[in-house]
Unconditional design. Structure first.
Length: 121
């Protein structure tokens, strides 16, 4: 039995965001959500999630910029960040910015859970 851990899901498409939230809630995680990088940054500071799951391409602030700003804050230096993107060519940019893992969209739920479990271990 794992600890109750909080995951921030940052995704601009509501169907994808809601689907990810449902999958993760069924696994026992507490979920908070944001619609773009700017809101994701604000909610990360308010909620101190155990893991951040983010898209790359979003309005207002993309996932790469959000990751860079999060990594500038020492309190988030060890917080795992997983990127989900249909644009897998953005994977190296995400990793350079400070992401711990990148998965392609559409995401396989079992692979997602395995990666989250590994990052939170």
């Amino acid at each position: 039995m794992r600890m109750i851990e909080k995951i921030l899901v940052v995704e601009d498409h509501s169907d994808t965001r809601d689907g990810l939230a449902k999958i993760l809630e069924l696994e026992g995680y507490v979920i908070v959500t944001a619609e773009d990088g700017r809101e994701g940054l604000k909610i990360a500071q308010e909620e101190s999630p155990n893991l951040i799951l983010t898209d790359v391409m979003m309005p207002n602030m993309d996932g790469i910029e959000m990751i860079k700003l999060i990594r500038e804050q020492s309190r988030f230096s060890r917080t795992p960040i997983m990127v989900l993107s249909a644009y897998i060519d953005k994977a190296s940019d995400a990793m350079k910015a400070g992401a711990n893992s990148v998965l392609p969209k559409p995401v396989d739920a079992n692979l997602l859970i395995r990666n989250i479990d590994r990052l939170l271990a």
